[in-house]
Design a protein around this ligand. Structure first.
Ligand code: NAP
Length: 248
């Protein structure tokens, strides 16, 4: 299946690589961003230059109003939704649990968990055969942090990804008979600006020698797994997890 896919948080990093690869494989892509308009427009321009079709739509996925406006814009500008990649995510600086404030917990869980649930809801309302839709595919971007727990760094972030894994398992079973597949990828240490946004720009460089493959991953390597799970090539996969983590 190809058609229209929404990739949340695709102004840079793994989301941008996923938007580009999905467009290459024939999907018409909504490039969602929260703040980085220039980044999102650069992704859209790159897709158009390569002969693909994409639009950039600003929305904060951590709010109901933002998510509803985002999906209405996709309906209007691109047409019937067939795919959702729940990619938007944040982490904050290195901290132990006994140092984490409530406000940070709210920010991390709002973007990573509430945002993914709200987007999944809107996607199911459009794609489920029980709602008159024609089916589709959802890929959630979790993290190996969900099984490692990220002690001393960000247990809050790891726990938010644990919730994404549970969302994947539960929603997959809930809508399996309604034409929707739900899967997840769990990236390891990937070279994107998320580490700098958590105050640790040298994190991949510092930790990569300790990884089984002795290197960090590229966003494009994660995008391959996401776009494959989205596609009909993965037609009998649902509730599944692909770790893209260099053996970690
Ligand atoms: P990134 O480079 O920091 O990009 C994050 C993207 O998410 C940006 O496009 C950002 O938009 C967007 N975003 C954040 N909060 C948003 C919100 N509330 N509404 C809409 N967009 C929002 O991060 P990345 O490394 O590519 O990470 C992508 C996903 O992979 C995340 O879910 C992350 O947890 C997961 N992951 C990453 C790694 C890694 O090592 N990089 C490992 C495991 C999992 P703006 O810039 O426009 O604000």
């Amino acid at each position: 299946m190809s058609g229209v896919v929404l990739v949340t948080g695709s102004s840079r990093g793994i989301g941008a690589a996923t938007a580009r690869l999905a467009a290459q494989r024939g999907w018409r892509v909504c490039v969602n961003y929260r703040q980085d308009r220039a980044g999102a427009l650069a992704v859209v321009d790159g897709i158009a230059a390569a002969g693909g079709e994409a639009v950039a739509i600003q929305a904060d996925v951590s709010t109901t109003a933002g998510v509803q406006a985002l999906f209405r814009a996709v309906d209007r500008d691109l047409g019937r939704l067939a795919g959702l990649v729940n990619n938007a995510g944040v982490l904050e600086g290195r901290a132990r649990v006994d140092e984490i404030e409530e406000g940070r917990l709210r920010r991390v869980f709002l973007s990573n968990v509430i945002g993914s649930f709200l987007c999944a809801k809107e996607a199911v309302l459009r794609m489920s055969t029980a709602h008159g839709g024609l089916g589709g595919s959802i890929v959630n971007v979790s993290s190996v942090a969900a099984r490692l727990g990220s002690p001393g760094e960000y247990v809050d972030y790891a726990a938010s990804k644990g919730a994404i894994d549970t969302l994947t398992t539960g929603l997959a079973r809930e809508v399996a008979a309604e034409g929707i597949r739900v899967n997840a990828v769990r990236p390891g240490l990937i070279k994107t600006s998320i580490h700098a946004s958590g105050g640790d720009p040298g994190r991949v460089q510092r930790l990569q020698d300790g990884l089984p493959m002795r290197r960090g991953g590229h966003p494009e390597e994660v995008a391959e797994a996401i776009v494959w799970l989205l596609s009909e090539a993965a037609s009998y996969m649902t509730g599944s997890f692909l770790d893209v983590a260099g053996g970690r």
